[in-house]
Write a protein of this length. Sequence first.
Length: 123
Amino acid sequence: MNKMTAYGFVLVCILFTVLGQLLIKWQAMQAGNLPAAWPARFAFFFGLISNPWIIAGLVSAVVAACAWILAMTRLPISVAYPMMSLTYPLVMGLSWVLLGETLSLWRVVGAALILVGVTLLGL
């Protein structure tokens, strides 16, 4: 495997991490608030983890982990791991667009700083 393929695996890891987070959040929002009583909480949780979309989100996490393992065979972790911080601005932006979450000025500034930091680490 060459380095470009390894970077491709990092990209796959990033994309499937983002996908998994968005799927799980979407379905958690659909399910509503966590019940107050413990027996109801267990039923609520098992209802969530048996939801096909939640399962897809968990499978996305497994795919991301597999891609990460493959990337680690070729790239130094000090190079690859900072790239994983790209998940933060991606999840933030997509949750704003797709899920209607709030996007404040400070969140945008924070995401921009992450992007600048990843760029500087790549130099």
